[in-house]
Design a protein around this ligand. Structure first.
Ligand SMILES: Cc1ncc(COP(=O)(O)O)c(C=O)c1O
Length: 411
């Protein structure tokens, strides 16, 4: 059967991620929790250490050599991200602490001048809490409504429902590109084009997209996108907000402080140009540099190859899991990323997860920060196995073997 990477290639890929050779309870680690966070290649770990060891300094402030070096590396990281997502300008790339902060930034600043009583914000029923709560908070404050695109039983957006909700009250749509719980890849291009016919901007939560397949913001014509470094082989504490220049210029600053100003007097402050208007205080320099290194690694391996390898794993794992008669997959959209949520007969997801852990197999259990979606499926949670290109068929086999044993014990 065809596999994207040869045996030798996959061995070399796995060697780049030191944690993958760890033992858990004396067993080989089988890391299938990549949706929660991905593992870090040595290249990223070394880039972080190198910054702290040899050019740690604050950016945009010093005339001295180290500060210049740090500033160069930080701004190069921004350019790398610009290229990675196909943004037209580096100024459209804002460093944040992660997807959650990027979404909060847009919700808070957009609402100031663009949301009033009677307006609405559209999201979907498969959003992560971080793309629900910030909008809910702002809707409460502004007396606006949250409209929710329904999902179907197989875990896809119900498009007639979307069209029905798309009325004049909708001022912004914020939607996940890929569901972290179901793996569903949403038809965001189609949604953006329909929204733009009515001049409604669209924000994409791309936290589960950018690491799996190429995302080009100009091709999509997305107004904003958000993603996190730690889910794409980079460090925690760093993330990105992309915004079209015209929007970022229009929106007011989010936080006040150093770097985001041009002039300050006690009477009035004028704000800095993009992107600094949205980057108050000392930024997360080291992790921005680490994220740029992660992009180098992804690019070197090839995002198309990564996508292909993960799709093969998804297909193989889905087929193998389905050989367990009691196993029920939640979310069988036609287009999916390599994420499989499931229930094993009547076994509680937590028990399944705990026993898997004793075999060295790391999965996530629970509601995956998508409680409304669990309510829709009338389940308390799922077991979720999420794959990266560094996972192997042997690891899928280990999962399936362990699940068979658990099935015999608990069902
Ligand atoms: C789809 C989606 N959106 C948002 C988030 C939040 O990301 P972070 O916690 O890195 O801000 C996650 C994290 O799991 C996610 O999967």
């Amino acid at each position: 059967m065809h596999t994207t990477f040869s045996k030798e290639e996959i061995i070399n890929i796995r060697k780049r991620f030191p944690i993958l050779s760890e033992k858990i309870y004396g067993k080989d680690l089988v890391y299938l929790d990549n949706t929660a966070t991905t593992q870090k290649p040595a290249d990223v770990i070394e880039a972080l250490a190198d910054y702290y060891k040899s050019y740690n300094s604050n950016v945009h402030r010093g005339v001295h050599h180290l500060s210049q070096q740090a500033t160069d590396a930080y701004e190069k990281a921004r350019k790398k991200i610009q290229q990675f997502i196909g943004a037209s300008l580096p100024e459209e790339v804002i460093f944040t602490s992660g997807t959650t902060e990027s979404i909060n930034l847009v919700a808070q600043t957009f609402a100031k001048d663009h949301l009033k009583k009677g307006d609405s914000v559209m999201i979907s029923a498969m959003e992560h809490h971080s793309n629900i709560v910030p909008w809910q908070m702002i809707c409460e404050e502004k007396n606006a409504k949250l409209k929710v695109i329904p999902v179907t039983e197989n875990g896809e957006l119900y498009m007639p429902g979307f069209e029905k909700l798309l009325d004049k009250t909708v001022k912004i749509i914020s939607l996940t590109y890929v569901s972290n719980t179901l793996g569903t890849v949403n038809p965001v291009k189609q949604i953006i084009s329909k929204a733009h016919e009515k001049n409604i901007p669209v924000m994409l939560d791309a936290a589960q997209a950018v690491q799996h397949f190429p995302v080009n913001v100009q091709e999509l014509d997305a107004d904003f996108i958000a993603f996190s470094g730690h889910k794409m082989y980079g460090p925690t504490g760093i993330g990105v907000l992309y915004g079209k220049e015209k929007w970022l210029k229009k929106l007011p600053p989010y936080k006040g402080g150093g770097d985001m100003i041009k002039t300050v007097t006690f009477e009035k402050t004028t704000y800095n140009d993009l992107p600094y208007k949205f980057e108050a205080g000392t930024p997360n320099i080291a992790d921005a540099i680490g994220l740029a290194k992660a992009i180098d690694v992804i690019t070197e391996i090839g995002l198309h190859k990564i996508h292909h390898a993960e799709q093969e794993l998804l297909k193989y794992a889905t087929g193998q899991l389905k050989t367990i008669p009691t196993l029920r997959i939640i979310g069988e959209a036609k287009e999916k990323a390599a994420v499989i949520s499931f229930l094993l007969g009547n076994a509680h997801p937590f028990d399944t997860g705990e026993i898997l852990d004793k075999q060295g197999i790391a999965v996530r259990t629970g509601h995956h920060c998508t409680e409304p979606l669990m309510d829709f499926f009338k389940i308390p949670g799922t077991v979720r196995a999420s794959f990266s290109f560094y996972n192997t068929r042997e690891e899928v086999d280990a999962l399936v073997k362990a699940l068979r044993r658990i099935d015999n014990m608990l069902n």
